[in-house]
Design a binder for this molecule. Structure first.
Ligand SMILES: [Zn+2]
Length: 138
């Protein structure tokens, strides 16, 4: 039988392995932000940035408040770059995979709405029809 101490130790060992892997990756990572805003697939964060957020949030997901392992969390832009969010520490937050998926869906809808609205507010050609005079004097 495994005691709670054993389980805890195994979790800590797994976490340590993950941190070591992260440090190695971080050394190899290109610190530049790659890709263009609005694309969701490119790698925008370095492992160090993810680790910093993990420490700052004490391993908790900003959305559900649950405690997770580093490997179970994903770094995200609070305000998406496509909506004018900055590439700053303050605009980064760590979510568990499930909460990140939910937020991404909401972000995609927000970005689509913002695009629709910018199309609607774009100036249109002025009308060529002359204004009707409404002279009521006789
Ligand atoms: Zn969560």
């Amino acid at each position: 039988m495994t005691s709670p101490t054993h389980i805890r130790r195994r979790a800590l060992e797994a976490e340590l392995r993950e941190l070591k892997r992260f440090e190695a990756e971080d050394r190899a990572a290109n610190p530049k932000v790659v890709g263009t805003p609005g694309e969701g697939t490119e790698r925008r964060f370095t492992p160090r940035q993810k680790l910093d957020a993990f420490v700052a949030q004490q391993g908790r997901c900003v959305a559900c408040g649950g405690k997770f392992m580093l490997s179970e969390m994903e770094l995200d832009h609070r305000v998406p770059l496509a909506l004018g969010g900055p590439e700053t520490v303050g605009n980064r937050e760590l979510r568990c995979v499930a909460c990140h998926r939910t937020k991404t869906r909401a972000d995609i809808a927000r970005i689509a709405k913002a695009k629709r609205q910018s199309r609607l507010t774009q100036p249109r050609e002025p009308s060529k029809r002359p204004l009707q005079s409404r002279n009521t004097f006789r």
